[in-house]
Design a protein around this ligand. Structure first.
Ligand code: SF4
Length: 327
């Protein structure tokens, strides 16, 4: 590990200034991903700005929204009574991620910022456009079993590894950030980006911007929501494919739906066309099959991940059935 400076400001303004003025500075909270990346030489920040002293841990319910502080731990959010009652999809997704020990340390903001688990990204002996722009993509012609089937580019086919992000994009969350130019909000669907020509850039955050909170608006989906994660072992593994499914049902008719997938793209993958296909349909396996077909349009596999083209629709159908209570 290379030497680095460590600072621990207690004021938001000081934290933002410390980051903004230093090209190679990084915020750190739980450190569950960044420390690993530093040990392996994948990320080499010269300054770490520890933000744990900032008052960003609260989970608060106001009139139409649940606000989750960026420093709330994944386990505290998952166990929070308001989250369990109003946003069970989010609680389920958080509990599907990592291990209990990691969930105790990892924060909501850190979960959003975690890097891909593409093995070529972590192996500094291999080419990787995300780690070192212009070196190529080891996964394109390599072992690409865990990689994307949507939204990839010639430069990168990695996937976003978070479970929480899949639930938050399905629930129309927004992200509150503060930076050198003040505060702004970013729709969750626009927070993570597709790789395009710049896979080294994961998010739309500007230099110096700090995540303050995530706002999740009230929704009618608490009764019929399910997060289904398919992985190689239940104890602790990243998703091969996951699905966040939420339905608003009245008299056996789907009034509206929310649907998103994980493990398939460089960002949490919202399935808006499939949501439209579900609206107005009866609760039935046929409706869910049709939505799954719509959801998978445009998917394309690489040499080792063709199984995702079959696993995707079956996971969507099962998640919707469980959400609807007909599984
Ligand atoms: Fe790097 Fe992306 Fe290629 Fe993986 S898929 S090797 S992260 S460029």
């Amino acid at each position: 590990m290379i030497p680095f400076q460590y600072v621990r400001p207690s004021k938001q303004k000081a934290a933002i200034e410390a980051n903004a003025k230093d090209r190679n500075a990084q915020f750190i909270a739980g450190g569950t991903n960044l420390i690993d990346l530093m040990k392996r030489g994948v990320m080499t920040p010269e300054k770490l700005i520890d933000i744990n002293r900032l008052p960003l841990q609260k989970i608060e319910r106001s009139k139409n929204v649940v606000r989750i502080g960026a420093l709330a731990s994944n386990s505290n959010v998952a166990e929070d009574k308001v989250i369990q009652e109003k946003l069970p999809l989010l609680a389920q997704a958080l509990n599907a991620g990592a291990s209990a020990q990691l969930r105790n340390m990892a924060t909501v903001g850190g979960n959003m910022m975690q890097r891909t688990r593409c093995p070529y990204f972590y192996d500094t002996a291999m080419p990787c456009n995300k780690r070192e722009p212009g070196t190529g993509c080891g996964a394109l012609e390599g072992f690409n079993r865990m990689h994307a089937i949507f939204g990839f580019s010639d430069m990168c086919i990695a996937v976003n590894p978070s479970d929480m992000n899949v639930a938050l994009v399905a629930l129309d969350a927004t992200v509150l950030v503060a930076g050198p130019k003040g505060e702004r909000t970013i729709p969750f669907a626009e927070f993570h980006r597709l790789p395009g020509d710049h896979p080294e850039v994961d998010t739309t955050l500007q230099k110096g911007e700090l995540i303050l909170a995530v706002d999740v608006p009230d929704n009618p989906y608490a009764k019929h929501a399910h997060y289904l994660k398919v992985r190689e072992r239940t104890s602790y593994a990243f998703a091969l494919i996951s699905v966040a499914a939420a339905l608003d049902i009245e008299n056996n008719i789907i009034k509206s739906a929310r649907l998103a997938m994980g493990g398939v793209a460089h960002k949490p993958w919202r399935l808006t066309e499939a949501e439209k296909a579900l609206a107005g349909k009866p609760v039935s396996e046929a409706s869910f099959k049709q939505a799954a077909e719509v959801a998978m349009r445009g998917a394309k596999a690489f040499e080792h991940n063709a199984y995702k083209l079959r696993l995707g629709p079956s996971t969507i159908i099962q998640a919707l059935k469980t959400a609807a209570g007909i599984a």
